[in-house]
Design a protein around this ligand. Structure first.
Ligand code: SF4
Length: 188
């Protein structure tokens, strides 16, 4: 789940088209929960944008999904100590409902192909005991990007892409006579 809005403007941020506030797709928390329960067996990943700028809304969904047996992973441009010191109660509640936190902003100067991360300053924090096996392989390289096209012609991608991925995808599609159009603030 990509959420819109992030006050930071990190050079090279892959989410640059969705850093401005304002909903492209306005979902109630209950609708978000229903969507995840209908489409994901394992859980949800909140990235952005900055999920903690919408902590009060997302914590409702995160708690409901955890209660339903799903896991919650969150990307944030803040560090874990910054979040733990944050005065807003919803931030602490969202942290408490998070199984895996990937913290720190993307830093172009430290770009790297690492598991679940785009730059080496980012850290993986296991905030629950749900994935004990994940504590070992955090220095593994990235697992690539998953690209899917559904039967309506919509293209989706997920993962932490290498530098130039979106531009390369556009060019490769163009060379094959395929035009990729933005939709709902999501881009391809
Ligand atoms: S904190 Fe993350 S989402 Fe926000 S601008 Fe930086 S890299 Fe992008």
């Amino acid at each position: 789940m990509w959420v819109r809005g992030c006050a930071r403007r990190c050079p090279g941020c892959i989410a640059a088209p969705i850093l401005d506030d304002g909903p492209a797709l306005d979902l109630l928390a209950d609708e978000l929960v229903a969507l995840v329960l209908a489409t994901a067996d394992e859980g949800v990943t909140f990235s952005g944008g900055e999920p903690f700028e919408q902590a009060a809304a997302l914590v409702h969904a995160a708690v409901a999904l955890r209660d339903a047996g799903r896991s919650v992973m969150v990307y944030t441009g803040n560090t874990l100590p910054e979040l733990r010191a944050h005065p807003e109660p919803a931030v602490a509640r969202l942290l408490a409902a998070t199984d895996i936190l990937v913290d720190g902003p993307f830093e172009l100067a430290h770009q790297a192909d690492l598991l679940w991360r785009g730059s080496s300053n980012q850290r993986i924090h296991l905030l629950s005991s749900r994935y004990p096996g994940a504590s070992g392989p955090v220095d593994l390289p990235g697992v690539g990007v998953e690209v899917r096209v559904d039967d309506t012609g919509h293209l989706f991608w997920a993962g932490v892409p290498p530098a130039g991925f979106v531009a390369g995808l556009r060019q490769a599609a163009q060379e094959r006579g395929i035009r990729l159009a933005d939709s709902n603030g999501v881009w391809a």
